[in-house]
Design a protein around this ligand. Structure first.
Ligand SMILES: Cc1cc2nc3c(=O)[nH]c(=O)nc-3n(C[C@H](O)[C@H](O)[C@H](O)COP(=O)(O)O)c2cc1C
Length: 305
């Protein structure tokens, strides 16, 4: 069989394969420079930025390892929009693949301001982070409410022609209705999931281990729960879905694709293996060849129920 076609499209963003890096793990790309060929991947989603720089939560502790995962409460530490455009974006673009900027704000207009400034740049798409569990204002406060999620999406839609991808929180009763509200407000794709709200307690001190008190659980521990939500959302919307949550290898990525994701993102796994994304691309190609499937898009949502 000729080489299978791994290409997928998310809005107007054409990707050479469906594997992305998830926001926040990779910084702006510079922290992982030289550890793998990130240009081989479909897209790189950079750390969420806000209009003004943020310090994030106190460093002790921002992360805790847990069984098959980790809980983090970074608190959206970031360099701010201006430094991002000046110092970070050019190096990220030099990887030679799609760069997706991730944005957040305290108000819909805060998100829109970031989107407007990104409109004239070479970013391929904009992810809208309405799902961060680790900030007091904004973040998940939007994502837990379908109407507020739609309001942010509409504000960003009005500010940019780039493809926009609201990123959803799993910490809701009905994630499909949030996805549908975002789709109606102009989303080109939906990504999910962000982390699951979580807490770890130091029993000797009887205090939370994280400085912020609570955080978000990621890694293999959340994978089946994330696959289920991706499946629910893929059945509820017409736009493409980007699936993530505990993807460690090609088999995990294929679960999300078969559940309905057009693309997948790899996050926590990069701490264990910075080349996890590259490994997963190779594994998906091998699977398609072995099953005689010509293009990865034929596999999307192919689950037999
Ligand atoms: C340390 C850390 C920082 C993160 N920062 C962000 C962020 O800035 N923006 C965002 O949308 N998601 C952020 N996430 C969530 C991931 O992008 C991803 O949605 C989540 O971790 C589930 O995928 P995974 O299990 O493969 O890591 C972060 C996750 C971790 C572990």
């Amino acid at each position: 069989m000729t080489k299978p076609d791994l290409g997928v499209t998310i809005g107007s963003m054409a990707m050479k394969n469906p594997v992305m890096i998830a926001s926040g793990i990779f910084g702006y790309g510079d922290e992982f420079a030289g550890l793998a060929d990130y240009g081989e991947l479909g897209a790189l989603v950079l750390k969420t930025i806000t209009r003004e720089p943020r310090q994030g939560n106190p460093p002790a502790h921002r992360t805790v390892e847990t069984p098959a995962g980790m809980v983090n409460a970074i608190g959206l530490e970031n360099v701010g929009l201006d430094a991002f455009l000046r110092d970070k974006l050019p190096a990220a673009l030099a990887h030679g693949t799609n760069v997706v900027a991730s944005i957040a704000g305290d108000t819909p207009e805060g998100f829109a301001e970031c989107a407007r400034s990104l409109d004239g740049t070479d970013v391929a798409a904009i992810e809208i982070n309405i799902s961060c569990p680790n900030v007091k204002k904004g973040g998940m406060a939007f994502g837990v409410d379908a109407e507020a999620s739609a309001e942010v999406t509409a504000a960003v839609r009005a500010a940019t022609k780039k493809p926009i991808i609201p990123k959803l929180t799993p910490n809701v009763t009905d994630i499909a209705s949030v996805a549908q509200a975002c789709e109606r407000a102009g989303a080109d794709a939906i990504s999910l999931t962000n982390t699951f709200s979580a807490m770890v307690i130091d029993v000797e001190g009887r205090r939370p281990l994280l400085a912020a008190g609570t955080g978000g659980l990621s890694g293999p521990a959340i994978r089946p729960a994330a696959v289920y939500r991706v499946h629910q959302v893929a059945q509820a919307v017409e736009v493409p879905v980007v699936g993530m949550g505990g993807i460690w290898n090609a088999n995990d990525a294929l679960e999300f694709i078969i559940a309905g994701a057009s693309a997948v993102a790899v996050g926590t796994a990069l701490y264990a293996d910075p080349a996890a994304g590259n490994r997963i691309v190779a594994g998906i190609r091998e699977y398609l060849q072995r099953h005689g499937i010509r293009q990865v898009s034929d596999l999307v949502g192919s689950i037999q129920l």
